[in-house]
Structure formats: C-alpha cells, structure tokens
Design a protein around this ligand. Structure first.
Ligand code: NDP
Length: 275
C-alpha cells in the first residue's frame, strides 16, 4: 500500500496517514507501536504529556526501520515552568524517543491564559534552526492565536493539529490555514467513537457501495478532504483495517454527504478555555 504524502511549507514530506498514541497505556506502547509498524505505518504521533514516548522509542529502535523512512511527531506542553517550554523539553522528548531529531514538533495547546505561546514558538523556531526538529507546528490553535503568532514570528507553522471529524470540521480554522499554507492534521479522526458516525447513512451507504468498513470510509473521507490523519487503535486487526484505505475512492457525492454530517460536535476541550 502506498500512502500519499503532503509536502509541508518547510519543504518536508509527511505521510498523510499515520498512527496516534493518545491514551495508549505507557506499559503497552512498545507492543502497540510495534504492531502498527508491522502493519505498515511509518508516521507516529505522540506527545510529552501522553507519557509514552519511551515506548514509542523502544518500538522504533527494535523495528530496525531506517530513520529516514519514519516520520515522528511529538508535542510540547507549555506551562509556566520555563523548562517546559524551552530546550530541556525537546531534549527530554528526544532522549525518551531515542532520536537526535524529530520530524515535527508542535505546541500542544495555546493555553491562552498563560500567554506563553508566542515565546514558546520562538523557542521552536530555534529548535528547527538547530536541527532538533525538521518542521515545527502548532495544535489546537484558533484563528486569533494563529494571527498573533504570524504577526510575531518569521516561520509559518507547518501544520495545525486540530479536532476534525465529520461531526466537527472547524471550517473557519481550516480556511484560514489553507490560505496561509498551514496543513491540517485532524485529531480524533473517528470522533473517538463518541458519535454514532459509523451508523450514519452517508457513511454506511458508502461503505456498502465500496465493500469497505465505515471506519475505512471515514478515514478515506479525511484523505480526500486533504487532512493528515493518525487514527489510534490498540488492536492489530483495526490497525490493518484503518491502513487499508488506498484502494478505493469516494465519489464527489459521497464526500459531500459525509461533509454534511457537521453538527458542531466537538468531543475535546475548547482551546480558549483549556489552560
Ligand atoms: P480516534 O478518532 O482515532 O478514535 C480512537 C477510538 O476509535 C479508540 O476508542 C479505538 O478503539 C476506536 N477505533 C479505532 N479504529 C477503529 C475501527 N476501525 N473501528 C471501530 N473503532 C475503532 O481518536 P484519538 O483521540 O485517538 O485521535 C487520534 C490521534 O490524534 C491520537 O491518538 C493523538 O495522536 C492525536 N490527538 C491529538 C490531540 C491534540 O490535542 N493534539 C487530542 C487528541 C488526539 P480501540 O483502541 O479499542 O480499537
């Protein structure tokens, strides 16, 4: 299976489909990421706050997969502790991952009440200049946060990783990012199972028409909408299912019907109040 890539504004290519490890138990992470790599995933999305970077690192080391075939993202949790938003934070992640650089390093949440994200971004710009990360980006940034960042800095974020699934698509943030050349990474691509997305007629009918599962249809919808996605599963059979999405194409009508499932159905926190 050939996974499509997207060229980021940093000039680096990112596999459009990867594997996420939010809420993957640190004690299970090595096994689960090993299963994901065996299923063919080469793009892994973790974060310092997930507490499982070491397990990701062990799985990478054990796999023997050449470093340049992997795309590894981690994220910084900015707090009022200076060390959490400066070099020690990325150095700690790199040590746990067993890497000398990551492919993408993100500010995890803007945490606007702390008013630290512009300062944190300047540190990320330096990490990229120093080769600790190939690209830098943000996560959970709304338009006002992005406008402020763009005004105050030289590097445009390569990505904005935000909650996106058929029930919650954030079209305003997406349009702003498209206009500025910021790629959209869609977290909770399956809605974390919190909506009956798979039972919606638009999804179920497309699944039947293509001989695919509803989860495969939703992932395919993301790919055709241009999102970068990394669905999470603890189960090897679902990892394989979620990866097997490159041998069919939704029609324009099917994509439109799934896009029409928007219902302002946020499953995660609101970036303005999550600090
Ligand atoms: P997802 O939308 O990927 O949903 C994961 C849930 O769906 C799990 O309960 C999983 O269960 C289930 N599932 C997976 N595959 C299938 C399938 N084929 N059929 C039925 N159920 C399935 O949610 P996530 O929140 O994990 O989002 C993906 C990734 O996005 C995260 O792992 C993380 O990397 C990132 N993320 C980033 C955030 C941010 O703030 N930047 C916030 C949240 C996520 P099971 O494991 O039992 O298979």
């Amino acid at each position: 299976m050939t996974i499509p890539t997207i060229t980021l504004n940093s000039g680096r290519d990112i596999p459009q489909l990867g594997f996420g490890v939010f809420q993957v138990d640190p004690a299970e992470t090595e096994r689960i990421v090993t299963d994901a790599l065996e299923a063919g995933y080469r793009h892994i999305d973790t974060a310092a706050i997930y507490g499982n970077e070491e397990g990701v690192g062990r799985a990478i080391a054990k796999s023997g997969i050449p470093r340049d075939e992997l795309f590894i993202t981690t994220k910084q949790w900015i707090t009022e502790q200076a060390a959490d938003r400066s070099r020690p934070a990325i150095e700690s992640s790199l040590e746990k991952l067993g890497l000398d650089r990551v492919d993408l390093y993100l500010i995890h949440w803007p945490a606007p009440a702390n008013d630290l994200y512009v300062e944190a971004w300047h540190a990320l710009e330096q990490f990229q200049a120093d080769g600790l990360t190939s690209s830098i980006g943000v996560s959970n940034f709304l338009v006002p946060h992005l406008e402020r960042l763009l005004d105050a800095s030289d590097i445009v974020p390569a990505v904005n990783q935000i909650e996106v699934h058929p029930a919650y698509q954030q079209p305003g943030v997406q349009a702003f990012c498209r206009d500025k050349g910021i790629a959209i990474e869609a977290w909770a691509p399956l809605g974390q199972g919190k909506y009956p997305l798979f039972e919606e007629a638009a999804v179920a009918d497309a699944a039947e028409a293509h001989g695919k599962t509803p989860a495969q249809v939703v992932i395919r919808w993301h790919l055709q909408r241009g999102h970068i996605v990394f669905p999470k599963s603890n189960r090897a059979e679902r990892m394989a299912e979620n990866f097997d999405v490159t041998d069919f194409e939704l029609t324009i009508g099917e994509v439109a019907a799934i896009t029409a499932l928007e219902r302002d159905g946020r499953v995660g926190s609101h970036p303005d109040s999550f600090n």
